[in-house]
Design a protein around this ligand. Sequence first.
Ligand code: NI
Length: 288
Amino acid sequence: MKILFRVLLLTLLGISLGNCSSNKSKKASAASSPKTVANTQYRAPTVKGPVPLNPDMNLPSNFGAGCVTLSRGSTAYPYVAMTFDDGPHPQNTPRLLDMLRARNIKATFYMIGRSVDMYPQIVRRVVAEGHEVGNHSYSHRLLSKLSDDELLRDLSQTRDAIGRAAGVQPRTMRPPYGSLLQRQRELVHSQLGYPTVSWSVDPLDWKRPGPSVVTSRILAGAGNGAVVLSHDLHAPTVEAMPATLDGLLRRGYKFVTVSQMIALSTSAAPAAPRVAAGPAAETAMARP
Ligand code: NI
């Protein structure tokens, strides 16, 4: 399985076309990365059954350099990225984590900084179980209305909250409501190094159409390179996930995080993927 994945990924890297929209400007400098406290308190829960295998997040140092905006990955293979926004939530997020762990699926959580500060232990669990954390602003304001200074301050504040909570740095951001001007996207990319990530599948789960509708919309919309939007803030969305995830698995989809999808979709080739167990794999993700 491990070797198969490696061969597949290497093949993909060879043939995939970049699908990130980019500007021509180089990333100005490494984003200012605050020192983060070591996560010494958290102990991952005892795992029953096979140990989950975490995908290696050892992405290239120039990760995302050519990617200002991503809405779906470019791959000829059935990879999808599940993304969950607006958490962490004290009940729904742990329930979702149980579902993901039972299936050995890694996802990406676009977290609100204010909630990260309220529930840091959940952020630590998300990270410890091999998922990726993205920046979804500090208090879910409409970022397109903010001045440049306010925008960068808001995203930096969120980045620092995630760093304090779990010792990792987000690699990408998703603006609340998907609303960010192109000029702001380029600013965020040059100053913080974040690709702005939207989505290709939107089940409108926040309107609470019922779990079975959420499932059918996601299954209908999924395709190679899909980036699926949903919200772990809402209980019915989490209730939709067992059938959704099992449906995607039955259709042969494999799950990657958003950063992995970006690496697959750009010419910046990551190192051959290793599969490692436990929180150590996340440490690699934390590197700038
Ligand atoms: Ni949101």
